[in-house]
Ligand binder design. Structure first.
Ligand SMILES: [Zn+2]
Length: 118
């Protein structure tokens, strides 16, 4: 549910809660193998804008083959919640828009990203 500009959401079972300060300007629809298989819809923020609330043991970390990001998922329900960068400075992180109420983001512009060729 929204609270002003903030978006609040979380994984399916509720173990991982996510708050972002503002809606993203756009939603990214990437065609890389991971995004295709997980149904990911991405929003990007500076890490200062994102609050992840979860028990440290509640999440699994998956590092993709190219080792530039860590993809986090909930150990209990398996929801792919967000990714964090392994590269410094960590000026951008991503949240799966599917963790938010669809009414909060379905009106936003969608941009196709060719992650499969990258
Ligand atoms: Zn969960």
């Amino acid at each position: 549910m929204s609270d002003g500009l903030k978006l609040q959401g979380g994984c399916h079972c509720g173990a991982v809660q996510i708050t972002v300060a503002t809606p993203p300007a756009e939603v990214l629809r990437c065609n890389c193998s991971l995004c295709r298989k997980t149904g990911w819809r991405g929003g990007y923020w500076h890490p200062d804008q994102v609050t992840i609330t979860a028990d440290p043991d509640a999440q699994n970390a998956y590092v993709q083959g190219h080792e530039s990001i860590t993809l986090w998922n909930c150990k209990t329900c398996g929801s792919q919640t967000h990714w964090t960068p392994l590269t410094a400075p960590p000026d951008r992180m991503g949240v799966n828009m599917r963790m938010f109420d669809v009414a909060d983001w379905q009106h936003l512009p969608v941009r196709d990203v060719d992650g499969a060729s990258g």
